[in-house]
Design a protein around this ligand. Structure first.
Ligand code: GAL
Length: 731
């Protein structure tokens, strides 16, 4: 009897186990993400999804949770991030996934808040990020050609993409493993570039798609702005508006991978803003025309810390006029108005995914899009495309007021619960408020312009391209050469100065003659310094400090763009006429002395001779290092340095590189914000003549309670003693 019951319970267990396995398998199959022409299908359900870009290295890990929580409260379903190859693999085969680069930790936090992930692996990302996300060493792999049907490139790209996918799988992060990733991107906006690569471009794009699909992630892949994306890869749209967009096959959903909430800035450029009415209108237009996935680029832009900004000239702030500002604070009315939009669309979700719209004209500029079915109920979008006239329309025997350039959403085909142009939220004002913090004990150290030829320099006949020499170990490269001047030269006796012309490919040049500054110029590609210089009888030394301000991040073959002193270098006004110095012997020195002795890292900051005093700090000398100490202010308000008294350079706090600053390049091209109801005038500008970026984010988590070390390297000349620490307060 007992034996019998034991064996029957064994049977029972086996059957249970079998049932469990079948159910588990069913569940796994069920968890995969697929799509049809209407939308992504998750757990068997069509979904209308809102997503927002938050790039993990553009904030600090202690900020991540707050940002994600705000994204969730703002009505987002997903977070979108690029993966930044150059921070993860700084040298071939050496990986870094720590701190701000801890991708897995970031994604697990997103999962903790019940949000999905769109992982844009690229690995080309554009993103205003240094070199578009490619490590600089990649350029120097023999035979390399980026984003091309090129053996070395494809090997390296596949290795990195595989590495990320394997990491995601081993952490169980794909949706079919119970993880948050529902979508992945390969490449980025290749369609526009591919023409420059001819048939090879097409072969590469095809290869990239197949390679990605072959990694069997269980979630769909997208290629943004790539009309030729081969099945099953979905081609998607990026832009200010995307309602006109159709995927390349009728069975693919209409996905908007970058709905631009504002725009980025270059040093010297105006500040960009996009009115929320216009974004909301663009999103509603997209949804009414059958769109089902919208990602806001950016939802939180953040900060280009260190030398991560692309370029040239992308600012350290990547605020983007996003719904969450650079400092992690909510920007109103952008945040709440979009939240209301999401609610209205979510109320219409069943109707939207279940039916195709019936479109009827309600007037010359007015239309009704009605989504109606027995399974999904009825939702309607009433639109007024006139850019400055409000109208009253009649829909199903009821009257509706439609402001210009707006859409009303009726989740039950009756009640107008939201209109894109009716903003019921008060605008927030952000202020930078003084803190009680004193920045004390200023000390300075002048970069040595006299002894640039030492053990760490080398010579070469002719001019070398800058990146080929620095490999981006530093922004700075010294080019030095000598010119002997006979005492009989006429200009010495006539009070004339010879003219020096220096041809460069960018981005900034500071010219010194015999250790004395002759001038500076800034610009991209064709950049020329021209000026009279003081030469004396005997040997004269011309030293040019060439400065990179962010490596290019877009354009076909961007890796072949030159920077630095590329020539010609010509001296005019000598008795022999003009003298071409380009093919002389030049000596090269990578980086600054201050960098070499690691002034930027706290421990070795004592290894040069600092001179103390506020007076020294205020002397406005070029190429000067400044150091001071401060205690962290009380409270939790985000912090920033006000650098309006400075010119151009870099800042470090406790050894962490805050980023490049450039306050002497004031923004031009200012105009008023004239939101005319179209996207014609989206540059709402203010503060004409002010620096594009005056404040530089200091993450709280980089500070100790007391004795924080601030190091500033100033290229042009500034008054460091007037630098102050401010807090950001939003009302
Ligand atoms: C897009 C690109 C993004 C970003 C954006 C501008 O074209 O895909 O990575 O560069 O432009 O912010």
């Amino acid at each position: 009897m007992e034996a019998n019951s034991a064996s029957s319970s064994k049977w029972f267990c086996s059957i249970c186990m079998l049932l469990f396995l079948i159910l588990a398998a069913f569940e796994v199959a069920h968890c995969s993400v697929t799509y049809d022409r209407k939308s992504l299908i998750i757990n068997g359900q069509r979904r209308i999804l809102f997503s927002g870009s938050i790039h993990y290295p553009r904030s600090t890990p202690d900020m991540w949770e707050g940002l994600i929580q705000k994204a969730k409260n703002g009505g987002l379903d997903a977070i979108d991030t690029y993966v930044f190859w150059n921070v993860h693999e700084p040298s071939p085969g050496n990986y870094n996934f720590e701190g701000r680069y801890d991708l897995v930790r970031f994604l697990k936090l997103v999962q903790k808040y019940g949000l999905y992930v769109h992982l844009r692996i690229g690995p080309y990302v554009c993103a205003e990020w240094n070199f578009g996300g490619f490590p600089v060493w990649l350029k120097y792999v023999p035979g390399m050609s980026f984003r091309n049907d090129n053996g070395p490139f494809k090997v390296a790209m596949q290795r990195f993409v595989q590495k990320i996918v394997t990491m995601m799988k081993s952490e169980g992060l794909f949706q079919n493993q119970g993880g948050p990733i529902i979508l992945s991107q390969i490449e980025n906006e290749y369609g526009i570039e591919s023409h420059s690569y001819g048939p090879a471009g097409h072969r590469y794009s095809d290869w990239a798609a197949k390679m990605a699909v072959g990694l069997n992630t269980g979630v769909p892949w997208v290629m943004c702005k790539e009309d030729d994306a081969p099945d099953p890869v979905i081609n998607t749209c990026n832009g200010f508006y995307c309602d006109y967009f159709s995927p390349n096959k009728p069975y693919k959903p209409k996905i908007w991978t970058e709905a631009w909430t504002g725009w980025f800035e270059d040093f010297g450029s105006p500040k960009h803003q996009r009115p929320v009415e216009d974004i909301a209108f663009a999103v509603a237009r997209f949804i009414q025309k059958g769109g089902s996935f919208v990602n806001y680029y950016m939802y939180h832009g953040g900060t280009n810390f260190g030398r991560s900004a692309g370029g040239p000239f992308i600012t350290t702030s990547y605020d983007y006029d996003a719904p969450i500002d650079e400092y992690g604070l909510i920007r109103q009315p952008k945040y709440d108005h979009l939240k209301e939009l999401h609610k209205a669309i979510k109320l219409s979700e069943r109707a939207l995914v279940s039916a195709d719209p019936t479109v009827t004209a309600l007037g010359n500029y007015e239309q009704a899009y009605v989504f109606s079915s027995t399974s999904g109920g009825c939702a309607a979008f009433l639109s007024n495309y006139h850019s400055n006239s409000a109208v009253t329309v009649t829909f199903r025997n009821r009257k509706y007021q439609l402001p210009p350039w707006s859409i009303s959403i009726l989740p039950d085909c009756k009640n107008d619960v939201f209109n894109t142009a009716r903003v019921g939220v008060k605008a927030s004002t952000a202020q930078m408020v003084a803190t009680e913090v004193k920045i004390l004990s200023w000390q300075t150290f002048s970069e040595d312009v006299y002894s640039l030829i030492d053990d760490s320099s080398f010579t070469h006949v002719g001019l070398l391209e800058q990146l080929n020499v620095t490999r981006d170990k530093s922004d700075y490269l010294w080019y030095t050469t000598s010119i002997p001047i006979r005492s009989t030269e006429s200009f010495l006796h006539q009070g004339r100065s010879p003219t020096l012309t220096v041809g460069s490919s960018g981005h900034a040049l500071h010219v010194f003659v015999n250790g004395v500054k002759s001038g500076s110029v800034f610009g991209n590609s064709k950049l020329t310094f021209r000026g009279g210089i003081n030469l004396r009888a005997g040997v004269n030394r011309i030293s040019i400090l060439s400065v990179a301000v962010g490596l290019p991040n877009n354009g076909a073959h961007f890796e072949t763009q030159s920077i630095g002193v590329t020539g010609p270098v010509i001296l005019q006004g000598l008795d022999e006429g003009s003298k071409d110095l380009s093919m002389q012997r030049w000596s090269y020195k990578i980086g600054l002395k201050g960098e070499a002795v690691n002034l930027d890292s706290v421990s070795s900051s004592l290894s040069v001779h600092w001179v103390g005093g506020n007076l020294m700090a205020s002397r406005q000398q070029p190429l000067t290092w400044h150091k001071a100490y401060f205690n962290a202010p009380a409270g939790n308000d985000p912090l920033a340095l006000d650098l309006s008294s400075m010119g151009k350079g870099q800042i470090w706090i406790n050894g962490q590189n805050i980023g490049r600053y450039w306050t002497s390049w004031a923004k031009g091209n200012c105009g008023q914000c004239s939101y005319a109801g179209t996207y014609r005038e989206w540059k709402c500008l203010s503060g004409c003549g002010q620096p594009t970026q005056r404040w530089y984010h200091v993450p709280r988590s980089w500070l100790k309670p007391t004795g924080n070390v601030l190091i500033v390297f100033e290229e042009i000349g500034g008054d460091a003693s007037r630098i102050s620490l401010v807090k950001r307060v939003v009302n």
